[in-house]
Ligand binder design. Structure first.
Ligand code: NAD
Ligand code: SER
Length: 318
């Protein structure tokens, strides 16, 4: 266990990333130093004290920060790309107002450091789709992407104007076996494993050759903790860093699954999420993250597929 004076609050801890992040931060900093919060308690959260919190309630957030002497906030609560398009005004409200509450608490010196995730959704149809650079055309076409792009600018502004120590990563689609995804366009790449093991087939809501940037959850959690632990002077980008794992299409991941489950079949029935996926890059250039704070990815496609199948097999009854 790392001996520091940090006291950590995770907002949105019951979600796909939060469950794994809570587990990992508790191992590193000690369970007594990590507070998990969400709208309601979830089964996956057993490694930290839990506080019920609506991230839109600034007073309740302040009370929890004071009660526990919080120094760092990982703010994960948001509506993602698919659910955001179904409820655009609420997505904007949740994604922006909750971020302001956290930024303001740091500006007022109640907390020292903030982690807030951005996304590949900040890019849009006019962005170069292959090896997308850190700095490029950004015209997102989803409310989710617009809120993430605005959030990046606000994080940078609070850093420059008020010295708030904000850190952020533009996650690609995240794939893990410990928790379920919560309404994104890349969720198919998690569902496919569950369906392959349960039913031997999967109907993809994205078309055969839709290539998107993706990452194993273990890599994403490691990147999150590494950027938060990096010395402040190494963090040159206070908007958000590009982060690259691997890229694949539904057909490519299905072919890799078939090397383990030869009878697995996939069919394609694109829905409204296809247009969202079509607006996003296919691969990401993360040289800035590599150079500034030493980021290095671990999982490629064969390793990711093997890891998912081995671990999920133990959870899903045969
Ligand atoms: P998720 O939907 O799985 O989890 C979000 C959590 O936030 C849920 O547990 C939900 O109950 C909670 N929440 C919602 N409204 C809340 C509120 N008002 N107050 C408190 N909690 C609330 O999402 P996730 O995949 O874990 O994503 C976390 C963050 O990472 C989000 O900001 C998302 O945009 C970003 N991100 C995720 C991915 C991915 O592939 N999972 C990729 C890029 C960026
Ligand atoms: N995985 C996320 C989504 O599809 C990307 O931010 O919404």
């Amino acid at each position: 266990m790392l001996s520091t004076n940090e006291k950590i609050l995770i907002i949105g801890a019951g979600g796909q990333i939060g469950v794994e992040l809570t587990e990992n931060l508790s191992k590193i900093y000690g369970a007594a130093n990590v507070i998990a919060s969400d709208l309601k308690a979830s089964e996956g959260l057993k490694d930290a004290e839990f506080e019920q919190l609506d991230a839109l309630d600034k007073n309740a957030l302040f009370d929890i920060v004071k009660k526990h002497g919080i120094t760092q906030v990982y703010h994960l609560a948001a509506l993602l790309s698919a659910t955001g398009e179904q409820n655009p005004m609420f997505a904007w409200k949740l994604n922006m107002e909750s971020l302001f509450h956290v930024l303001d608490l740091a500006k007022e010196k109640h907390i020292k450091q903030i982690y807030w995730p951005s996304s590949i959704a900040v890019f849009g149809p006019t962005t170069p789709a292959i090896n997308t650079p850190q700095n490029t055309v950004m015209e997102p076409s989803t409310i989710y992407g617009i809120s993430k792009q605005a959030g990046e600018r606000w994080c940078e502004w609070y850093f420059k104007k008020h010295g708030v120590d904000t850190r952020s990563l533009r996650y690609p689609g995240l794939i893990g076996w410990k928790s379920a995804p919560g309404g994104g366009t890349t969720d198919y790449a998690v569902h496919i494993f569950h369906e392959a093991l349960k039913n031997g087939r999967y109907e993809s809501f994205l078309s055969e050759h839709t290539t998107l940037p993706m990452m194993h959850m273990e890599d994403a959690i490691r990147a999150t903790i590494e950027i938060m632990q990096a010395p402040a002077e190494k963090i040159k980008i206070r908007g958000s860093y590009n982060l690259s794992g691997l890229s694949f299409s539904p057909k490519q991941i299905a072919d890799e699954i078939k090397t383990h489950i030869p009878d697995f079949t996939i069919t394609y029935k694109p829905d409204f999420r296809q247009a969202i996926a079509d607006s996003w890059p296919q691969s990401i250039n993360d040289e800035a993250a590599q150079k500034d704070w030493g980021w290095k990815v671990k999982y490629d496609l064969p390793k990711l597929v093997e890891n998912m199948l081995v671990n999920l097999k133990q959870q899903i009854p045969a």
